[in-house]
Design a protein around this ligand. Structure first.
Ligand SMILES: N[C@@H](CCC(=O)N[C@@H](CS)C(=O)NCC(=O)O)C(=O)O
Length: 345
């Protein structure tokens, strides 16, 4: 894409992927206009197509001929922007590190988001919080009566959809324990390095950040856990929001050897949850099943099949296939014993 005009981001503050994109653009100093509120009206008014499905954020960019293009899906958008803008890149040149980054980013987008959706709509205080705030984001001038009605409508729809991503009474403990392990691993890592891949942020940091804006700032139950047990993580999220002035001239990515040690706990966690569920989902899609179940740490996990998540695994494998033999060996050596290697072998 070739950007003469600022990129337009249509989203809301309670959308983790909107926050991922905004923080990414700020860090990279890429000009953008953020428009929050009623996405559909904006697209219609500006004679732009409505994407299918219309996931937030909706991003409007320009292609080579200057034509406006409406796109969704943060990770491919980021990869396209890495090509168009060459400074302060968030994807390492080293292909082994770049693939580790893609794996972490997808874990953020596809698994950490389950914590987010679960904590938003499972416990009564969180439902109340979300129902009272979310309607304002698309209707700031709404009357109290309208806001209340929209809040009730949103919560009903979202609570009914919880099972779709696997959240239920049966899986609540799996999610809680996995979330708490994840936060603890991140807190321990942040004692040593500012970011996932060293002293400069990668796109995976922005993926984690997006989900964590919700979990550490918006939803009361997850926020309390983080504030009480790991305030370091909350502070990290606050700082990630705007890295526009973060100096990277002297900053390095991790070495391959260091990344094995540094990422071991994360990769083991990914191997316990994301890996078995993504593989079970893929099998279900191949078998044309609408939903599936598998074991996560010995307990039953159930959810709807998502064709998109099968595509995510394919993207990771396609990237793996661009590595030469020595790079593939290095990569698999880093994953060895974490269960993540199952995706690639
Ligand atoms: N893979 C997409 C995911 C975007 C996404 O799921 N956005 C949520 C809001 S944060 C959404 O629009 N959900 C509406 C729906 O699922 O119907 C990305 O990375 O941008």
């Amino acid at each position: 894409m070739h950007q003469q005009q600022p990129i337009v981001i249509l989203g809301v503050p309670a959308s983790p992927y909107t926050r991922k994109m905004l923080a990414y653009l700020r860090y990279r100093a890429i000009p953008y206009n953020y428009i929050s509120g009623d996405t559909k009206s904006y697209l219609i008014k500006n004679e732009l197509e409505i994407p299918k499905p219309p996931l937030l954020p909706v991003v409007i960019m320009q292609d080579e001929s200057g034509e406006r293009r409406v796109v969704c899906d943060s990770s491919p958008i980021i990869r396209s922007l890495e090509q168009s803008f060459q400074t302060r890149e968030t994807i390492p040149q080293n292909k082994v590190l770049a693939l580790l980054n893609s794996l972490l980013e997808d874990y953020g987008d596809e698994w950490i988001t389950k914590y987010m959706f679960h904590y938003r709509w499972h416990h009564a205080p969180d439902i109340k919080n979300a129902a009272s705030l979310l309607p304002f984001y698309s209707n700031m001038l709404g009357s109290d009566k309208e806001i209340k009605a929209t809040g009730e409508f949103f919560s009903k729809i979202q609570i009914e959809r919880l099972w779709v991503v696997g959240s239920s009474e049966n899986t609540a403990n799996i999610i809680k324990e996995s979330f708490e392990r994840f936060i603890t691993i991140l807190a321990n890592m942040l004692v040593k390095h500012r970011f996932l891949l060293g002293s400069r942020p990668s796109s995976a940091d922005f993926a984690f950040f997006g989900q964590l804006t919700q979990l550490t700032q918006f939803d009361p139950t997850s926020r309390s856990f983080v504030e009480e047990k790991h305030p370091r993580v909350r502070a990290w999220v606050d700082l990630m929001e705007d890295l526009s002035g973060y100096e990277i001239e002297q900053q390095e990515w991790l070495s391959i050897d260091d990344s094995k040690v540094h990422l071991q706990d994360f990769l083991s966690e990914i191997g316990k949850t994301y890996v078995p569920t993504m593989l079970a989902n893929e099998e279900a899609i191949l078998d044309k099943k609408d939903s599936w179940e598998t074991k996560v740490l010995g307990k039953t996990w159930m959810q709807k099949s998502f064709p998109y998540q099968k595509k995510c695994l394919q993207w990771l494998r396609d990237e793996f296939n661009t590595l030469n033999k020595a790079e593939q060996d290095d990569f698999l050596n880093i994953l060895a014993g974490t269960n993540c290697e199952q995706i690639f072998t």
